[in-house]
Design a binder for this molecule. Structure first.
Ligand code: APR
Ligand code: ZN
Length: 237
């Protein structure tokens, strides 16, 4: 029985599935984002070095798509859970579409970066996608003129916020995963760590996630359809 009180410490980890009902493609479904591309060509530092134009084409398209997408009821349900818990709530997202922040979530760790940002491969200066000249095949740094790259954590690179996440996982009462296949580490391993530290683990996914073995309670379905009612149920006094 899931019972979340205002004193509970809850971490939620989301993946591409939570944005599916906002019209943004997931990665590993049929006709998923990776289907038409060799991941190493468009989501690795080596691929960017080989063909930065191709990588920029892919991410410009994804950024424009994310700008047109709207948060769905699952994103807003997590805002409600955050309002109920305050500092006892943390949201880890593998998504780079920015929909959690646009829905109103504020305690968000975007561990794989964000389509909304890019940074200079030379001087490291960061820039917002909306502020740079995207007509250039390879957008250039406003400060030093070198090529910019999307602020996305690619395969072989270290995700952001791992130190903060390790600390938060040690103290959480509930670790909830929503809309992720559970195949990409280290994110897929967070739920095991949480379970070993004594947290209750919950998953909500269209299909059984790969790391189902670490899950205490599994809800199968579309997050936009079932997460709002589940959160109402969980926080009921
Ligand atoms: N509601 C809930 N779950 C859904 C929905 C939905 N409406 N639609 C799809 N799903 C589930 C699918 O069943 C699948 O298990 O979402 C999951 C999406 O899995 P992936 O496509 O593998 O995406 P994700 O788990 O986020 O991938 C993790 O891998 O490629 C890298 O960096 C990329 O952040 C990404 C990471
Ligand atoms: Zn620069």
């Amino acid at each position: 029985m899931v019972r979340i009180t205002p004193k509970s410490k809850v971490i939620v980890l989301t993946g591409a599935g939570i944005s599916a009902e906002s019209g943004i493609g997931t990665f590993r479904a049929a006709n998923g984002l990776w289907e038409n591309h060799n991941v190493q060509d468009i989501a690795s530092p080596e691929g960017f070095k080989r063909n930065p134009c191709l990588v920029w084409q892919f991410y410009k398209k994804r950024w424009l798509q994310s700008q047109e997408a709207m948060p769905n009821p699952a994103h807003f349900a997590l805002v409600k859970l955050e309002q109920y818990l305050g500092d006892g709530f943390r949201l880890i997202t593998q998504n780079v579409d920015g929909l959690h922040s646009r829905a109103g979530s504020s305690r968000v760790w975007e561990i794989h970066g964000s389509l909304n940002r890019c940074y200079c491969t030379n001087c490291g200066v960061s820039a917002a996608m909306q502020d740079i000249d995207l007509t250039q095949d390879i957008p250039l740094c406003p400060k030093c003129g070198s090529s910019l790259r999307p602020d996305i954590v690619w395969f072989g690179e270290i995700p952001y916020f791992l130190f903060e996440i390790e600390g938060a996982i040690k103290q959480c009462d509930y670790f909830i995963i929503v809309g992720t296949s559970g195949v990409v580490y280290p994110a897929a391993g967070f739920v095991l760590t949480a379970s070993l530290m004594g947290a209750k683990t919950i998953a909500l996914n269209l299909d059984e996630p790969d790391n189902i073995g670490f899950i205490d309670t599994f809800y199968q379905g579309k997050s936009g359809e079932i997460l709002p009612a589940l959160i109402e149920e969980w926080i009921k006094p």
